[in-house]
Design a protein around this ligand. Sequence first.
Ligand code: IVH
Length: 660
Amino acid sequence: MFETRMNELYRLVKYHAGLYYDKDSPEISDSEYDALVRELNELERDYPEFARKDFLTHNVGGSPSELFAKVNHDVPMLSLDNVFNPQELVNFFERIKAEGSFTCEMKIDGLAVSLVYEDGIFIRGATRGNGKTGEDVTANLMLVDSVPKKLINAPRGRVEVRGEVLMTLDRFNAVNEKRSENGEKLFANPRNAAAGTLRQSEKNNHVISERGLDIFLYYLVDAEKFGVKSQSGALKWLSEHGLPVQSACKLCKNLDEVNDFISFWQNERYKLNYVTDGVVIKLDDLTKWPEIGSTSHAPKWAAAYKYPPEEAKTRLKDIIISVGRTGVLTPVAILEPVRLAGTQVSRAGLHNADEIARKDIRIGDIVRVRKAAEIIPEIIDSDINSRTGNEKVFIMPEKCPACNSEIIKIPDEAAYRCPNRASCPAQLKESLKYFASRDGMNIKGIGKKLAEKLTASGKIKRLSDIYTLTADDWKNLDKIAELSANNILSQLEISKSRPFENLVTALGIPDVGKNTAVLITEHFGNIDALISADEENLASIEGVGPVIAHSVYEFFRNDENLQMINDFKAMGFNMSCKIKTSGSELTGKIFVFTGTLENMTRDEAGGKVKSLGGKVSGSVSKKTDYVVAGDMAGSKLKKAESLGVKILTEQEFLSIINDR
Ligand code: IVH
């Protein structure tokens, strides 16, 4: 039972760490992630026989991306161990058994980087990556104003400093507002915004200056080399050399002072213009750090005190319904405005009607609200004891609030839907936003506001209609100047030649996002083949299950949709792409290599098989699908022959993998 749970946790942590570190797009809050890691750590401690020693939680964060050159960190860039309550803080103090002062600094929620200066000149910047190898982001850090390109009182030789790149809350709000205008996906929180902004290809690095990043430094590598003997001295040194250091830090003489600092900043932190989720406590005397030591993951002379997610109580005034792009109705909580984690909150997500019923949340209730990932508010539960009897149970409306159509409940799904795909204005507005968004037709200029106006104008019945509007139509619609109207027209023209997969994404087929669109377009190659595909055909694509297959099939059985596609055809849209014979034929197939290969090593060949979804085994059995026999193949070849396993020559193997 514990082994099963641990395996599940390994899978979950890996999945969410990938979203967080590599894709900068988390699906759960930091505290939910921390809770998973914590549960896993505890189980690993109690059941070491099931522990995976090389799992990512025993190392540091993300993996370096292919976009940047790799940088090896001479001194590993470590993470920090978390403590979550006063008792765990006491344990930390007892563990390190060190006397003396501690520096307390705010834990900045950004992206760790290393900066290297040579004779005072900034020569290299790198991300942490996996702690040992990071990404060379020098060119991108050059575009961050607060990274000094030259140090004050330039020390001779090499200096390495470390700190956190962040996006201030002001910048974050401005950036997200603009993204919302443009119909782009919003950044979940400033950390993701900072990471997503810094890790840009050269082609796109203009966004760094546009969005604006900042940096705070907190670590001087080899501090003693510069005559610095304490962390507080290091912070002073950094600041004196022109490197930005946060002012929310203090040298504390003992545990009581550390606790005072933590309590003081628990609420005060919301006055800062950047997100912090805790306090970092470091033994001030850095000459003692080497003897105290580190694990592979974190130093033992420091700890991060993580604040619990902020909660507040307020009254749930109403529950309104928002209608999404595919007609799904989502209840939204309207709250008596309340201050939470530094901002005024008046709305919160409620997921779906089943959840409202399960949590027994009633209109008029006093509810507990929390900010997940410090940004998005959610309702935790209701305070049943403060009910007066006047609270109202929420009932899902029978009619769509936007078009008055009869609502349907999808069997086996929690969702309620407005079935009026063709003319519900709320769905049309959302569909327009999605159609014009970056993963769709990427039409700059059409965002939330314009989508609203387009829908309200009544000029648009289906998506393709936006291509029939004239410059005058656009001018009247948005009271915009001639130039902007012409700009939209040319953006629309450009969008017609976007890749086929963008068009299929933009169509807004339920359950089909960009990734699925790529899979199905690469499989069918053109719109006619896709339209005539049956469900079985669709479901045979690796990564497309029966639900998506059904959704795609149904979409192309609808006359309105087909008419719209004919419009796109007539307008000259790009409706084909190269068919990619996917690795699906290799998926799950077991290969055994024997003998010497001429064109590659066995490891390389095995790597290729794995990258195409296959497996490599060291021995031949009935389960083996292919034995690839190179020169001097011996007993494995004989066994394959006796078991009737398919044998491939090296050339046959190469032709299989080269077709992929
Ligand atoms: S010191 C060897 N100080 O938090 C010790 N880290 O969760 C290095 N962080 O990897 C870390 N604020 O990216 C330190 N004031 C601060 C910090 C800080 C944020 C980050 C850092 C670290 C991560 C661990």
